[in-house]
Design a protein around this ligand. Structure first.
Ligand code: FAD
Length: 448
């Protein structure tokens, strides 16, 4: 008889948990995973994937306008939110099925239930059933943080945004991170009057100032309003179902929907961590070492619950590294250097490496090359939106240490450019590469 029911029990079947479970099983481990919502986790069910589909759907508003300038006679268009919503949710169902099949084909047992840790090697499912494992992996992700003030419960989060019955006519989005800016773009393109409220006067902290400023200018041009240095006082529901948001430093605002995109907190409540001695930091994130091991020897954690870098590809790498280390006899750590990222705003932003400010502080002497241009398509379309590409180099070595872009397709372009930055290439290497003409990305090898 084996000492434990399983070699590994994973709590949470999201990006990190699914990868870790499937790879551990491929290494020969007996694996079970507990999932309280839907297999696939945030990214697949209510994050990256459905969001990107809404971004595509939203962008047609501009494409259809632009097409007129390319000779297309576009009759008056109407937009059917319910059709888009249901098509997106249909694809989410398909992916949920695929992720489930992946686990099943690797003989990973799935418990469609909440799990809590109730002993050093034991979990208890919500049905009351207890299971034991040699190793426990916590991959429970994060959830939206909603500030506490009178009426906050009248608002929604990104979780609910994918299921709305209709596009609200007036939306107030709280927050200034990537989720807030992406949904501001989505609702705005669908014809809603969007206002973004933020505690500070900065959007997208962590991104380079020039691209943040450019997004602000373009968003204002598209009709998105901003209320900076504002904190909620209360939200009241009116007789007609609309909401009035009261905030500091600004007049009250009547809207039909308030959406909170005010950060995400690690899912650790009620997991039983204290009872088994798993330590968390001041934000509630599970403390782990470079191999994702917690303060307890046989309990590990990967993904958003550790609050290292809250992105799907990072959670996946952490899950893979965990499985290779613990079950594949191949100790592996994740390299967190030069992680590229994107904001799928309209237009999108993409970045890798240091911002200009960070590079100045770290390296002292830097060189900055920029291209501020109006993409050819925007010229013909009479769209007065300029793209901005910025390359930051270490003045001493010519090495490219950061790249920042805002403009059409910039995340697609950045994924390729990030390879060069990660590889430590220099400005001269970029210059030595012949341009593909005419493209937007050729600006990268023609930067002055
Ligand atoms: C709106 C939105 C857009 C995003 N867009 C992007 C993007 O464009 N690109 C990108 O890289 N990242 C994006 N992200 C972030 C990305 O979704 C996360 O970084 C990623 O999903 C983290 O994976 P994870 O495995 O740590 O957790 P998750 O994918 O969140 O999985 C955790 C799972 O654990 C389950 N769970 C929690 N507690 C328990 C319990 N006690 N018992 C059983 N199950 C439990 C949850 O139900 C969940 O399914 C987005 C997130 C959101 C919210």
């Amino acid at each position: 008889m084996a000492e434990y029911d399983y070699d590994l029990i994973t709590i949470g079947a999201g990006s990190g948990g699914v990868r870790a479970s499937r790879v551990a099983a491929a290494h020969g481990a007996r694996v079970a995973v507990a999932e309280e919502h839907r297999v696939g986790g945030t990214c697949v069910i209510r994050g990256c994937v459905p969001k990107k589909m809404l971004i595509y759907g939203a962008h047609f508003a501009e494409d259809l306008e632009d097409a007129k300038h390319f000779g297309w006679d576009i009759p008056e268009c109407t937009f059917d939110w319910v059709k888009l919503r249901d098509n997106v949710l249909g694809d989410v169902d398909r992916l949920n099925g695929l992720y489930t099949k992946t686990l099943e084909s690797h003989e990973v047992e799935i418990f469609h239930e909440r799990a809590t840790i109730t002993g050093p090697h034991e979990i208890t499912l919500s049905s009351g059933e207890k299971k034991t494992a040699k190793v426990i992996l916590i991959a429970t992700g994060a959830r939206p943080h909603v500030p506490s003030f009178p009426g906050h419960e009248l608002g929604i989060t990104s979780n609910e945004a994918f299921h709305l019955d209709a596009i609200p006519k007036r939306v107030l989005i709280a927050g200034a991170g990537y989720i807030a800016n992406e949904f501001a773009g989505i609702f705005n393109e669908f014809g809603a009057k969007v206002t973004l409220i933020n505690r500070s006067d900065q959007l997208l902290r962590g991104y380079d100032e020039s691209v943040r400023d450019r997004l602000l200018q373009i968003s204002l041009m598209k009709g998105i309003d901003f209320r900076f240095n504002a904190e909620f006082i209360k939200i009241e529901e009116n007789e007609d179902g609309s909401l009035t948001a009261h905030m500091t430093n600004h007049e009250p605002l009547e809207v039909d929907c308030v959406m909170f995109a005010t950060g995400r907190v690690p899912n650790v409540e009620g997991l039983g961590l204290e009872d088994v001695g798993v330590e968390v930091d001041e934000k509630g994130a599970i403390k782990v070492d470079e191999y994702s091991k917690s303060s307890v020897d046989h309990i590990y954690a990967v993904g958003d619950v550790t609050n290292r870098v809250q992105l799907t590809p990072v959670a996946i790498r952490e899950g893979q590294a965990f499985a290779d280390t613990v079950f594949g006899d191949k100790p592996t750590t994740v390299d967190y250097g030069c992680i590229p990222s994107a904001v799928f705003s309209h237009p999108p932003i993409a970045a890798v490496g240091m911002t200009e400010a960070e590079a100045t502080n770290t390296l002292g002497s830097i060189k900055v090359y920029t291209s501020d241009f109006r993409p050819m398509k925007n010229v013909v379309a009479h769209r007065n939106e300029r793209a901005l590409y910025k390359m930051i180099c270490d003045a001493a070595t010519d090495r490219v240490v950061g790249m920042h872009m805002i403009g059409p397709e910039s995340p697609e372009i950045m994924q390729a450019a990030a390879i060069a930055v990660k590889a430590g290439l220099t400005k001269a290497d970029f210059d030595a590469t012949v341009a593909i003409h005419p493209t937007m990305s050729e600006e990268l090898v023609l930067l002055k």
